[in-house]
Write a protein that binds this ligand. Structure first.
Ligand code: IDP
Ligand code: MG
Length: 135
């Protein structure tokens, strides 16, 4: 079943010059790009995006990180896109993520882990509405 999911290429991806590398992996997998925009977000947008995490200990530095420079927001589409993107991204902690995944190949950090992908159909709908309200 075709699905849409929200993907963020976080500021470390842009800063490290890995946008093309990461987008290539989604394209090579066969996913389509529905929307894509370079944006610098403020703390309020970070709080809305990470609403489920705002009370966590790791959130203040995460908030500082995701607002630290431009990121690329995307909507990606394809068969089972939500799960497929999560699998391509790999485990949250780049140090533990499997080789072959984006995080496993390119990140050595639990926080600066390059990518975000929605974790469920409900999250995808909420996050796409938050980032691309006109879609
Ligand atoms: P996910 O991005 O794989 O879905 P979540 O648990 O939803 O992982 O966490 C959101 C983001 O918060 C992670 O991608 C990562 O950037 C950051 N994060 C999560 N857990 C930690 C942690 O223990 N230390 C530092 N940053 C973390
Ligand atoms: Mg998550």
């Amino acid at each position: 079943m075709s699905q849409r999911t929200l993907v963020l290429l976080k500021p470390d991806t842009v800063r490290r010059g890995l946008v093309g590398e990461v987008v290539s992996r989604f394209e090579a997998k066969g996913l389509g790009i529905v929307a894509m925009e370079l944006r610098t977000i403020d703390g309020d947008q970070a709080d809305r995006h990470y609403a489920e995490h705002v009370e966590r200990d790791f959130y203040p530095p995460l908030r500082a990180f995701v607002t630290s420079g431009p990121l690329v927001a995307m909507v990606v589409e394809g068969d089972e896109a939500i799960e497929v993107v999560r699998a391509l991204n790999g485990a949250t902690d780049g140090r533990k993520a499997a080789p072959g995944t984006i995080r496993g190949d390119l990140s050595l950090s639990n926080r600066e882990n390059l990518v975000h992908g929605s974790d469920s159909p409900e999250s995808a709908e909420r996050e796409i509405g938050l980032w691309f309200p006109n879609l």
